[in-house]
Design a protein around this ligand. Structure first.
Ligand code: UDX
Length: 485
């Protein structure tokens, strides 16, 4: 009789820990994934979500954006913080990324042990979605018997270039032999068919000494991905299909769920029960006055200029971009973070005058709303992956000046594979800037617009019901819920 049946073990409540590497581009996309998880839950699904953010970034997030109001009304979501090991007053920059990485690596296991402790006010985690840059979370997950899904916040094409670094070294294609070698085509990145020159490889490859700690670290992190339960990417099949198929031979379970910004929009109407308003996850205060300025500009007349959250321009680079933009004679909206060029009160008089006449300079903008604004005609970008996919989603063509890391690969694919922009690459010269802005806004506008609008439509299809990203997100949810045992 039923009474004799052994009690079925209580099903652990599904509880996912989401842990981004604490820099803007990563926090932004992984917080979007958290929002998406909430929006995709059906009424009877019960999922706990713990978002593990660095103390430094958590305080800035709460101070600068309405994250609390978007999440606090969702009972099963909570923030937990982890110290990144730097003094609170220290500026986080590309120069201390490795130090932050090593600090988090030291602390991650203990934080996970805390979350697993029965004393914690939530049931223990049943799954971890960790930033693919932090493969040490796979070891931590194994220690506690937790499946780990990696979320790599870069493009598939750059992930694949990182994955192929050992082959490039084995084939003698790395190290790069100085500037004269930069245009050599590399052949050890399968599926790129002669597209990549040395100068298009990830910025970390531009070292003479292959024992460089950043190159070693990024190569190790990427190679460990094969141990994860799955790999989440903020991209879509129609954009990076051929490269995704190369990766699948090594990481079989890939969830392409992007573009995340577009995916959130497509899920929002279905989320009547969770009034989460899609907004940005900025760590800096957004200056919304630029949207009022844009409202007064003619359609597609403005060049939007932004180099992301980490790039730091040399004074000479700022001067060359300033003169190039001014000499192009186009209206411009330029984001100049206070920490991006020392103190930017050194903007020369010519740029100052042009700004009064036809420009707007802000320290941080609501970028997704800017890119969606009809006055925007083109985007001068550093080719960070979030900026790149946001620009494609908005149907805005780009001029790319990659700064470091994955940006060199992204800019090459933007110009030569997807044809949605022009790659300035290593040239930072006022004449080149002026010429490429003119190509973007006039000479090559028609071809670029046709391509980028086609990609924007494919992105929209991917995140609509039955689209590849829509279906992958449903599959990810099912798998996370099933990990509850
Ligand atoms: C970092 C790396 O530099 C990048 O190469 C990698 O792909 C992701 O992590 P970041 O340099 O900050 O990112 O660039 P990006 O990926 O473009 O992310 C910047 C984010 O900040 C975007 O989501 C963008 O919408 C937002 N942003 C940028 C603003 O909200 N306002 C701004 O003024 C500028």
């Amino acid at each position: 009789s039923p009474s004799l049946q052994p009690e079925a073990p209580a099903r652990a409540l599904p509880h996912v820990v989401i842990f981004p590497f604490p820099i803007q581009g990563h926090v932004n996309s992984m917080l979007k994934l958290a929002e998406l998880l909430i929006l995709c839950l059906q009424r009877d699904d019960d999922l706990r979500i713990t978002f593990l953010n660095s103390e430094h970034n958590h305080n800035r997030l709460l101070h600068c954006s309405d994250v609390t109001s978007r999440f606090s009304n969702h009972p099963t979501f909570r923030f937990k913080t982890i110290p990144d090991g730097l003094p609170s007053e220290t500026a986080r920059s590309k120069d201390n990324l490795l130090e932050v990485f090593n600090n988090l690596k030291l602390r991650a296991r203990d934080v996970l042990a805390e979350l697993m402790a029965p004393s914690d006010d939530q049931p223990p985690p049943t799954c971890i979605i960790a930033d693919g840059f932090m493969s040490f979370m796979i070891d931590a997950g194994e220690e506690f018997g937790l499946p780990v899904v990696m979320f790599r916040t870069i493009s598939a094409c750059c992930f694949w270039a990182y994955f192929c670094i050992p082959r490039l070294i084995e084939a003698g294609e790395l190290p790069i032999q100085g500037n004269q070698d930069m245009d050599r085509i590399v052949t050890s990145v399968p599926g790129t068919d002669g597209l990549l020159r040395c100068r298009d490889l990830p910025g970390f490859c531009r070292v003479a000494d292959l024992s460089d700690p950043q190159l070693q670290n990024i190569t190790l992190q990427t190679s460990q991905t094969t141990r994860a339960q799955g790999l989440i990417l903020n991209t879509f099949e129609a954009l990076e299909g051929p490269i995704l198929n190369q990766i699948r031979a090594h990481c079989a379970n890939i969830y392409t769920v992007g573009p995340l910004n577009a995916h959130l929009k497509s899920r929002l109407p279905a989320a009547s029960q969770f009034p989460i308003r899609q907004s940005s996850n900025s760590l800096w205060e957004e200056d919304r006055s630029c949207l009022i300025w844009l409202d007064k500009q003619p359609v597609r007349s403005v060049v939007y200029v932004s180099f992301g959250s980490l790039a730091v321009l040399e004074r000479e680079e700022l001067t060359e971009f300033g003169h190039g933009i001014v000499n192009s004679n186009y209206r411009f909206l330029w984001v100049l973070r206070p920490d991006s060029v020392g103190s930017h009160d050194h903007i020369d008089a010519e740029l100052q005058a042009a700004t009064e006449e036809r420009g707007c300079i802000v320290e941080w903008a609501p970028q997704e709303e800017v890119l969606a604004h009809p006055a925007i005609g083109g985007f001068l970008t550093h080719s960070g992956w979030n900026s790149t996919i946001e620009s494609i989603t908005a149907g805005v063509p780009m001029v790319c000046w990659p700064y470091f890391a994955d940006q060199q690969v992204n800019s090459r694919f933007v110009s030569e594979a997807w044809k949605v922009g022009l790659d300035m690459k290593d040239r930072c010269d006022r004449t080149v800037v002026k010429t490429m802005i003119n190509d973007l806004m006039v000479e090559k506008r028609d071809d670029l617009s046709r391509s980028v609008f086609a990609k924007a439509n494919q992105a929209k299809e991917a995140v609509s019901v039955g689209g590849s990203s829509w279906d992958n997100m449903n599959r990810l949810i099912e798998n996370i819920l099933s990990m509850g045992g």
